[in-house]
Ligand binder design. Structure first.
Ligand SMILES: [Zn+2]
Length: 99
């Protein structure tokens, strides 16, 4: 996992920024939490629990919005039968390219 330092923009794999020595441990914790809830969402989709998948995917995109989380939110909406919302989320993906 790499984290971009919010202070100096350096990419880091350690909890202390290699360039400016900022403490990035909270950011690493958040990113780990995001990965955990993304896995929860994927598992819930595979197991046919779309409401749980939606809750977890939403949590992930609240921690940090990204194509991966937005796709899961769209999939969860589709799995719940809400195709209008699924399409809306899918279109937001194309409208806002993520870095
Ligand atoms: Zn830095």
């Amino acid at each position: 996992m790499t984290i971009r330092c919010p202070a100096c923009r350096a990419e880091n794999t350690e909890a202390t920024c290699r360039r400016c020595k900022a403490d990035l441990s909270l950011l690493f914790s958040l990113e780990a939490e995001r990965e955990r809830v993304m896995e929860t969402a994927k598992r819930a989709l595979r197991e046919g629990r779309p409401d749980d998948a939606y809750a977890a995917a939403w949590h992930a995109q609240e921690i940090r919005r990204g194509d991966d989380a937005v796709k899961l939110v769209a999939l969860a909406h589709a799995a719940r039968g809400d195709f209008a919302e699924a399409l809306r989320w899918h279109q937001s993906l194309q409208a806002e390219p993520q870095p």
